[in-house]
Write a protein that binds this ligand. Structure first.
Ligand SMILES: Nc1ncnc2c1ncn2[C@@H]1O[C@H](COP(=O)(O)OP(=O)(O)OP(=O)(O)O)[C@@H](O)[C@H]1O
Ligand SMILES: [Mg+2]
Length: 365
């Protein structure tokens, strides 16, 4: 039977064969029909997400009532180069679910199918979990759980030689950091300034200007220490169990990579948590993460190094934000509200962490 290459191609016959192969039903024909509901409109930027309701010929213990299919975005407005990047990212996510999800120290959804060529994923439906909402921001208690999970993940892969046997993971060296990177970034930053320059705080504008000339001081520092990072650790990509303090389920893994953990902590703390909602500073929250890392057995990594990496991670997040401004379609209502929310959190983080002074004093590597 032909394998579907995107969510829209999934048939009851294929799903029946898949579930039979996994031992969930006694015959493929037990699946009698499917319904398809589009999910995540205005939430997912890069993929088509569909909930597949499954009809059975009888009640079958343990067979799921629904699953979720994720495939590369079919949005016709995307430029061909962007589409290609998205396909590569979805393939990487499929690799993650094929090889690592089951052994990761963070909670993930059960995977039923991962197409490493097509990028199609069929996952457990997390509909009983509460999705985080980055427009509103991550509440403080959930931010602590999210940091606990992050520490568990990073500690598990801290300098782990096993990671080198997974070639597909790759170091996180963005393709825009080649010789033409500075000129390209300059033009993206100019585009952002033209589009929303008047809405940016003076410090955000200054940081943007400085990153054009000084990001080369930040980027090499993000190569070590090496661990496995999620790469898009924001609260929209977390699903929370109802019990307070229970670890979140982490979804959306296409940006998984090997690099400095600050890429996750700085991105999360500057983009997902309102400064007004937390009863601790970013530095205190970084310390919470660091305490957890140590509890999980990481040694030889001082608190100062952790705080430095978090600052580098925030600068990296600001840099990426300028790229996203040009790459993503921000016209939908939620995308606009999300953009504004992240922008104001970034501006608060710049002040709180004195990133202007930090970047100005960062030496050459
Ligand atoms: N298996 C699932 N169960 C329940 N909800 C899901 C599932 N997968 C995705 N979602 C919902 O759909 C949203 C988008 O999914 P996901 O983050 O994987 O896609 P994406 O297009 O890569 O997102 P983005 O690029 O915006 O981060 C999630 O934020 C979540 O609310
Ligand atoms: Mg997502």
């Amino acid at each position: 039977m032909e394998e579907p290459s995107n969510a829209a191609d999934i048939t009851p016959e294929w799903l029946g064969a898949l579930m039979h192969g996994l031992g969930l039903i006694s015959a493929p024909a037990d699946v009698t029909g499917i319904t398809v509901e589009r999910l995540g409109d205005g939430v997912g930027f890069t993929s088509d997400i569909q909930r597949i309701g499954i009809g059975y010929n009888r009640r079958i213990e343990g067979a799921p009532a629904s699953l979720v299919a994720k495939s590369p975005s079919s949005n016709p407005a995307l430029a061909p180069a962007t589409k290609e990047r998205i396909l590569a990212a979805c393939r990487k996510e499929a690799q993650f679910y094929s090889h690592l999800a089951n052994q990761c120290a963070v909670r993930t959804l059960r995977v039923f199918f991962a197409g490493v060529e097509s990028g199609l994923l069929v996952l457990e439906d997390g509909n009983e979990l509460l999705p985080g909402d980055q427009v509103l921001g991550c509440p403080y208690d959930r931010a602590l759980s999210a940091l606990d999970s992050l520490a568990a993940l990073h500690a598990q892969w801290w300098h782990d030689p096993r990671s080198s046997s997974h070639e597909w993971i790759g170091r996180r060296i963005p393709d825009w950091l080649d010789s033409g990177a500075q000129a390209r970034y300059r033009s993206l930053w100019e585009r952002q300034l033209q589009g929303e320059g008047e809405e940016l705080s003076p410090a955000r504008r200054q940081i943007g200007d400085l990153l054009v000339t000084d990001f080369h001081k930040v980027q090499p520092r993000l190569a070590v220490p090496v661990t496995l990072v999620h790469g898009d650790y924001r609260v929209d990509n977390l699903l929370f169990p109802p019990g307070a303090g229970d670890p979140p389920v982490v979804i959306d893994w296409p940006a998984v990579a090997l690099c400095n953990p600050g890429v996750d902590t700085g991105y999360f703390l500057s983009g997902s948590v309102n400064s007004t909602d937390r009863s601790a500073s970013i530095e205190q929250l970084s310390r919470h993460y660091w305490d957890n890392l140590r509890e999980h057995g990481v040694t030889g990594y001082s608190l100062d190094e952790c705080l430095l990496d978090c600052r580098l991670g925030v600068l990296d997040a600001l840099y990426r934000h300028t790229i996203y401004y040009s790459v993503f379609d921000l016209t939908a209502d939620r995308a606009q509200r999300l953009w504004r929310a992240i922008r104001s959190r970034h501006e608060a983080a710049i002040e709180e962490l004195d990133l202007l002074g930090f970047l100005a004093n960062l030496g050459e590597t």
